[in-house]
Design a protein around this ligand. Structure first.
Ligand SMILES: N[C@@H](CCC(=O)N[C@@H](CS)C(=O)NCC(=O)O)C(=O)O
Length: 217
């Protein structure tokens, strides 16, 4: 299988973490045709990475769909996919929290400021960041610490890394400060080498991406 990925993509990073943990036969490659071109759109209708291309040429887009596919279709059933319906629901809630709350209401506004797409109201963005992190703090407290790493944790981790990179543009030096549950969870997920190593790739990829934009400007 081929995973079309970019080093700085937090969405592709989820799948790369999973592939490392479950030792999946996934070759990580850059997109085979340039992003934002008609050729890319024709081959990959949603126009984004990650995309998983199966050995028979079938393609799957969207990180969450790819992760569930790999966990369900992998050679051995994955520990990243919990066994009970309740645990699976909780796993999905973490993923939805990352995408629909934290990214939508905090990460994307920070990213727009960082990319110079308008100054934005940084005080309001910092407030929104705090409110979204408080949701995560309470969510993790409810989940407790006696559980296995799941796809939900893997989905959330790259989002938190990006918040650490971007929150300073809104005057927040350490976004996890004052959130003990999130801080303990962050230390826990980073204790898995597959997670910490992949996150370091994302951090380096993001810095290279920013440097390439600065060089073009
Ligand atoms: N919901 C998608 C989001 C994927 C996404 O936004 N990917 C970005 C890279 S991080 C992308 O491919 N952007 C293409 C572009 O900006 O043209 C997922 O979970 O896979």
């Amino acid at each position: 299988m081929k995973l079309y990925s970019l080093p700085h993509s937090p969405y592709a990073a989820r799948v790369r973490i999973q592939a490392r943990i479950d030792q999946l036969p996934v070759e990580v490659l850059p997109p085979p045709v340039p992003l934002r071109t008609e050729m890319f759109m024709q081959r990959f209708p949603l126009g984004k990475v990650p995309v998983l291309e199966l050995d028979d040429g079938e393609v799957i887009a969207e990180s969450w769909a790819i992760m569930e596919y790999l966990a369900e279709a992998g050679p051995a059933s994955s520990d990243l996919l919990p066994n009970t319906p309740l645990e699976r629901a909780r796993m999905r809630v973490l993923g939805r929290y990352a995408d629909l709350h934290l990214a939508t209401n905090a990460l994307f506004p920070l990213f727009r400021v960082a990319m110079g797409a308008g100054q934005g109201d940084t005080a309001a963005i910092a407030e929104s960041l705090r409110a979204e992190l408080l949701k995560g703090e309470r969510l993790l407290a409810d989940l407790g610490s006696d559980r296995q790493l799941s796809l939900g944790d893997i989905a959330l981790a790259p989002t938190i890394l990006y918040l650490q990179e971007l929150a300073p543009v809104a005057g927040v030096k350490d976004p996890l400060e004052g959130f003990p549950e999130l801080s303990a969870w962050w230390a826990w997920v980073n204790s898995f080498p597959a997670v910490s190593e992949t996150l370091e790739e994302v951090r380096a990829g993001y810095h290279a991406f920013v440097a390439s934009l600065a060089a073009k400007a």
